[in-house]
Design a protein around this ligand. Structure first.
Ligand SMILES: [Mg+2]
Ligand SMILES: [Zn+2]
Length: 183
């Protein structure tokens, strides 16, 4: 049985580019590799959970998403010898009404099933209230790290959401320190 940290990708790990379709444009935020390394060292199972509706919309292929993830893993390793243990993505457009597009908890539920994760002692970190909603629905502890430059719109979204993050911070690295401090 494992303790996990679920992490959103766009706007949390990397600068959010709408429909990112080029690994060259993947830009990781400072402190992310170092923060994930802390989680690795403490024995957390690290899971990236990301909405990639651009696949079903036909803006980019699954292969492109895999290439971006390969680039992300390479950079994590090169910067801090950090790694992610699993990556789950939703390829669907919102109209499809799937069960995996966040704020639905399907991606997290799948990870929990496939990797024997105990949700109540696991964490969800994301830049949007929809990430917090997904995390709360599986019973995880939630951390909101609003996207840089989008703090005001995230604050508005949070008011309209039922989500109540357990912790809010402006830095991913600080989010990881907080997770480690939770015992
Ligand atoms: Mg995001
Ligand atoms: Zn989906």
């Amino acid at each position: 049985m494992r303790r996990a940290v679920f992490i959103d990708r766009d706007g949390t790990i990397n600068v959010n580019v709408e429909y990112l379709d080029n690994p060259e444009e993947f830009e990781m935020y400072p402190g992310v590799a170092e923060g994930i390394k802390l989680l690795n060292t403490r024995g957390f199972f690290v899971v990236v959970a990301t909405n990639q509706s651009g696949i079903e919309r036909g803006y980019y292929t699954q292969e492109i998403v895999e290439a971006i993830h390969a680039r992300m893993k390479k950079e994590l390793w090169e910067k801090a010898k950090a790694w992610v243990d699993a990556i789950y993505y939703c390829p669907h457009a919102p109209e499809t009404g799937c069960e995996c597009r966040k704020p639905k908890p399907g991606l997290l539920q799948k990870a929990i099933r496939e990797h024997d994760i105990i949700p109540r002692i696991s964490f969800m970190v994301g830049d949007r209230p929809l990430d917090v909603e997904a995390g709360e629905q599986v019973g995880a502890i939630t951390v909101l790290v609003p996207e840089k430059g989008k703090e005001e719109s995230v604050a508005r979204e949070l008011k309209e959401s039922w989500a109540v993050p357990d912790y809010i911070t402006d830095s991913f690295y600080d989010a990881c320190l907080w997770i480690l401090s939770q015992g």
